[in-house]
Design a protein around this ligand. Sequence first.
Ligand code: SAM
Length: 291
Amino acid sequence: MQASERINGVLYLVATPIGNLGDISFRAVEILRSVDLIAAEDTRHSRPLLDRYGIDRPLFALHEHNEQQASDRLIDRLKGGQRIALISDAGTPLINDPGFPLVTRARAAGIIVTPVPGACALVAALSASGLATARFAFEGFAPRTGAARRRWFESLVADERTLVFYEASHRIRDCIADIATVFPVDRRVVVARELTKLHESFLCGAAAEMPALMERATENRRGEFVVVIEGAKPEPAETGPSPEALRVLKLLLEECSVKSAAGLAARITGVRREDLYRLALELKRAGSDGG
Ligand code: SAM
């Protein structure tokens, strides 16, 4: 135990499964078995998981309705040297789940805050979606009303990063219809449902065909959903100077040195001097190769 732990205690942010109860790390179980207190979003909901792993530590409710006062009480205990684990109903705490005030206050108070990583629905969906994972934007839950949702999609349609968000089961079909309205017809969409559970499924298709696919997949009316949308195609990179810039450069090369021709052509056409210089060298070389 570090000296600072003895003075202040530690706050562990422990990820729990998002469906399959096997998805919890050995370290998470060890920590949950050994802490002074487990702060849980819904103590009844977490009971089966805790029972399964023989975890019998005192529980403390921390949910969105009591977050401020509950955080104050937990900070007092942490300052008194207790080791406390925060868990949510599923997945990683603070990812669309309670805990943010607690973590910020703990950090401000100099308490050690440490993650015990594990399941997270957005990462599970993204990693198996088949869409680009190098850059993505997680947007939390989609707005609830159609008009707000469509405006939100419009603000995201040009983003080149893969888009990931959560959606409730009773809105998923309207949401998919809005995607088909706002996004280009061929934009790829993946609807990940019931991840790690018995009826896990991935529905993949182009934006325009998704509403019909959803309609056919009747099981898609219930469950938990993550939606992943392919990012916008990057703007095509400049392939080189325009035909006009090329014409000007060739004319100047008949009269001037490579350096002067590139400099003058840059001033006339607005194309970068370095690009024109490189092109001028190539043109000269090609000219002399050809005799
Ligand atoms: N903290 C959680 C995490 O790490 O993913 C997210 C909590 S958020 C309140 C709950 C939402 O996450 C659900 O409505 C659903 O959109 C998504 N979700 C959670 N578990 C899921 C699962 N097994 N399959 C698909 N989506 C899931």
